[in-house]
Design a protein. Sequence first.
Length: 410
Amino acid sequence: MNHTRARSASSGDLEVRLAERFPIEGQTDSSGLAEPESNVAAWTKWQQNREDNGFGRDFPELDAKRKLLLQQEHLNGGLGDFMRLRKSILVPALCLSVIGAIAASKQVTIREFDLPTPKSRPHDPAVAPDGALWYTGQAANKLGRLDPVTQKFREFPLKTAGSGPHGLVVDAKGNVWFTAISKGYIGRLNPTSGEITEYHLPDGADDPHTPVLDQHVILWFTTEESNVVGRLNPTTGKIELKQVPTPHAIPYGIAVTHSGVPFFCEFGSNKLASIDPKTLAITEYQVPNSGARPRRIAIAPDDTVYYTDYERGYLGHFNPTTKKFEEWPSPGGSGSNPYGIAITLDGTVWYSESGVEPNTLVSFDPKTQKFATTPIPSGGGVVRNIAATKDGKLYLACSGVNKVAIVDIR
């Protein structure tokens, strides 16, 4: 069994601005189909356009020192390692590496699987009703499905080149909804027929980021640069947008409470926010520390909110009823860059530290307020999002090492 180690990167989606420094050749996937170079080229060009249009320069919070740090980490251990590794890794269809660890009273086993298409850059995972693991292959312009039982992959190329599939969620009927951050649309894939329907965003937004479905099967989503939150009615196809009150807020992770209220992170500020599902009114909640930068968010069984403070290396908690904030330093320290987060049905909070080497999977018990850490066997290559299954497993997308992972917890 081949174990692969990769240095981690602390930069998130901002790191891909430097992708053009690492040339990408056309590839052939495992099915023998030629991988169109235009997909990757279009995605890379979009990243360059973001920089040319001022993304990053417009945010005073991202000062010169921080941006320099992101670039250094990117070149020393982020996408650079991703590009170098992907030229040398042979891609079997099954599990690449397995690691087991005792995390507090829980036994954690991480099984990783190489994706069939090299250079896919899996961004987000999702859980389907049948238990399948879905992921977005952002650089490959594909959606992918892993059957956890047979360990077989199936890929679905998108019809619009350079779409840059980012986030995704699967509805009760098995349809896969995804955000095409590079082409400004929300897509719906019918896995049975392979048909893809595109819903293009109206004027005022062109970079849908993270999607989530509420209890009425309304799809809510954030945008990163457009600074709006939106909703899509799958029945009518109507899309509505709401501007976030704070300029350059960078709406990022989003989740819906059990009572049906969407909450989202403002990664460009020290705020969380909620949006009224009836009026679309946005209410912002300021994290007490001005240096906080909440990035991803998850809802606990008691309907309170947990979030990862990427900038400061903290796990945060917000009670919407009392408006009280709590926070705890992450085990990896101030440079640990907590990122993807999910909560299992027993209330345990799980998240990944993307700024340590290797990346770690961290558990937090809200009752004892104790942490436990498990290293990701491949190094992780930045785990941007995590999905929790109904049977207590976790699904990970390990972007920089071109893998997805299943975490068994006992």
